[in-house]
Design a protein around this ligand. Sequence first.
Ligand code: ZN
Length: 351
Amino acid sequence: MAYEVDYLPVGEGQRSGDAIVLRFGNFTGPRDQQYIIVIDGGYKESGEALVKHINYYYGTNEVNLVISTHPDIDHASGLCSILENMDVKELWMHKPWEHAQDIKNFFKNGQITASGLQEKIEKSLQYASDLDSIAQKKRIPIFEPFQGLNAGGVIQVLGPSKDYYQNLLPHLKDMPAPKPSLGIFAPLIKKAEEAVEWIEDNMNVDLLNDDDDATSASNNTSTIILFNLDGHKLLFTGDAGKTALFNAITYAESLPTPILLSDLHFLDVPHHGSKRNISSKILRKIKTQTAFVSAPKDSDKHPAKKTTNALQKHGAYVFVTRGTSLLQHNQGNARGWGNAQAEPFHPKVEV
Ligand SMILES: [Zn+2]
C-alpha cells in the first residue's frame, strides 16, 4: 500500500509545534481509494499551510480524519483552519469538559460541581473548545480517542486509556487543587532552566535515564496512534511523556494478538525531541528504521542531541524539520524534492 507522511515546518526560535498529514491507499486511483489524515495543525500559519499543501499535492479539499493529539496551542490552534476551510469527515479529540462529572471528586475542595468544573475546563482549554464549536457548527462527528479505538485494524489508538486520562485532568493548568492522593500523576516541578552542560557521547554508551516523568500532564494526555499499512507500522506520539508511552507499550503487548513496537518503519519522535520524553527503557521497546522530529530552526532544546543520538544507537535514521518540510513515502511521489540529510551523530550532548 502506498503512503506518504508529510511534516510541515512549524514555529521559530524556541517555539515548536506539529503539523502532520498522512495519506495512504491507491494514489493512481480515484479519491475514494485514498485516506487522508491530519495529525495536529501547529499554529494558525501552519494550519493554513496544511490546507494549501493538501489542495496542491493531494488535489483534494476532503480530509477523512483530523486528529488533535492534545489541546496545547502548538498542536491544536492550527486545526481551526482545516476544520473551517476543508471538507472534514471526522474529528478525533478529547473533550475534557465532558469528563467533569467523573472527575469532580478528584479535588481537595469537596464543593466543586460538575457544571462549574465543566465551564472552567472549557475556558482554560480554548483551542480545544474552539475546535469543538467549529465541528458542531459544521456537523463533523467527534470521537474521543481512547485506548482501544480501532479503525479496521489499520488505525489503532494505543493511549491514553480513559482512566489514565481522567487522572491527568486535575493536573492541567488552571484546575483547582487536586487531592494529594492523585499526586502520582502530577508532573514533577521542573528545576529552573540551567545553563546547558555538555558531555561526550559515543555509540557504546547509554546516556538516557529512566528517571521520573517530567513532562506536563497536558503532554501526557496526547493521543498515541499506530498505523498498520500492509505490515508497515507507523507510530505517532504527540507530546506524550515516559509514563504515557510506557502505558501504550504495555497495552500493545497485552492485546490478545500482541503488537510489538520494536519493528516500526516510522516513528514520530515525541515532544519535538525533548530529552524528557524518552528513556532507555522505552527505546528498548520502541525501535524504528526512520524517525522524524518536528522542531523549529533555532531551538537549542528541540531536539536534544542526546535524544537523536539515542535513536541512532537503536538503529534509526533521524530527520529533523528545522524550518523545512519532510516527506517519508512508500511507493509514493517524491515530487522532485531532494533527499533530506539525516541527523549526524553528535560527539557532545547535553548532560
Ligand atoms: Zn508540542
